[in-house]
Design a protein around this ligand. Structure first.
Ligand code: ADE
Ligand code: ZN
Length: 341
């Protein structure tokens, strides 16, 4: 079968106008910036060099990653730190032709250390606004509840967010999935919707298919983050297709966290074949070996994706985004024009 040359495939992917819908800003914290911010805040890191940090990025499961990810976030103290973190991510993805981002942040990772909600969100928001003005990147911001904490703690976060709700588009649910089902957060998701927030949740990354059903039926989410396990259940596949519920897949993350053993095992192609609105994103690029282009490239290479499938994936991401219908159509035409030129 014809396979695209690596350099040709890379070139195609680089040029696609892309949307990133599943990105944890704390997961974009590159070790170089971590050291710089730790130094200026007089915090000593557990590692003595950037190489030592990178060497520690070997995970057997989600929890092993989360332990290191939360430790890294401890050096973020001031508004400027959150600004620099966010700006570094936006500059990087701008160089990869990402034109729209929907960014997660984990307020509790910071407020539990005594950092004010306002400090966190102000730094992130100012960098997003600058990227909108200077890099022409449109954005949405999603506040994520940590599912290893209680629903009462999520309610406190919801309350803290209200004065800033004009800056926040949606809420999500992340962190340790196993043993923390979506059902634990039903009430706070209902209350979040009443504040006008859109709803998404991580489900079916390590957890069972039942968690995806709960995210849909109890939390009433409009998108599933990951959702890898959905192919275990034909009725669920039908539901996702009929209701056009997008899945935000993160292939390099899945390999790094051993959700799959190797990229060739990724369910993405089967999902596309079944008509699921599957999309590709980077999750925590500083930890998993790549940003958007690398995720597209490694997936395309392993699954031998065609140009038509790459175009479909790029269109799906805009389709799944929270852009208004006019902006959505505009971006989708840009993708089609790119592939047809
Ligand atoms: N927080 C950051 N990355 C995550 C992931 N892949 N799953 C759950 N929680 C996360
Ligand atoms: Zn995630």
């Amino acid at each position: 079968m014809y396979r695209m040359e690596s350099s040709y495939l890379k070139k195609i992917i680089e040029g696609i106008p892309k949307a990133e819908l599943h990105l944890h800003i704390e997961g974009s914290f590159e070790p170089e910036l971590m050291f710089e911010i730790a130094n200026r805040n007089n915090i000593s890191l557990e590692y003595d060099s950037i190489e030592a940090v990178r060497k520690a990025y070997k995970f057997n499961n989600l929890q092993e990653f989360l332990d290191i990810y939360y430790a890294g976030a401890q050096v973020l103290i001031h508004e400027r730190d959150f600004y620099d973190l966010t700006w570094a991510y936006l500059s990087k993805v701008h160089s990869q032709n990402v034109v729209h981002v929907e960014v997660f942040f984990d307020p509790q990772t910071h407020t539990d250390r005594g950092i004010e909600f306002e400090v966190v969100i102000s730094g992130i928001y100012k960098a997003l606004e600058k990227a909108k003005d200077e890099l022409n990147i449109s954005y949405k911001l999603i506040m994520s509840y940590l599912r290893h904490l209680s629903e009462a703690a999520a309610f406190e976060t919801l309350e803290a967010s209200v004065p800033f709700k004009h800056w926040i588009d949606g809420v999500g649910l992340d962190s340790s999935e196993l043993g923390n089902p979506p059902s634990k957060f039903t009430k706070v998701f209902t209350a979040s919707a009443e504040q006008g927030y859109q709803l998404v949740a991580h489900a079916g990354e390590e957890g069972p298919v039942e968690y995806i059903w709960q995210a849909l039926d109890l939390l009433k989410v409009v998108r599933i983050d990951h959702g890898n396990r959905c192919l275990d259940d034909e009725a669920l596949v039908q539901r996702l297709c009929e209701q056009h519920i997008p899945l935000t897949l993160c292939p390099l993350s899945n390999v790094a966290l051993k959700v799959i053993q190797k990229m060739e095992d990724h369910p993405l192609l089967k999902m596309l074949d079944k008509g699921i609105l599957a999309t590709i994103h980077s999750d925590d690029p500083a930890y998993f070996g790549g940003y958007m282009n690398e995720n597209y490239y490694e997936t395309a290479k392993a699954l031998n994706l065609t140009k038509a499938q790459l175009m479909q994936l790029a269109i799906n991401a805009f389709e799944a985004s929270w852009l208004d219908p006019i902006a959505k159509e505009q971006r989708i035409s840009e993708v089609k024009d790119y592939f047809n030129s």
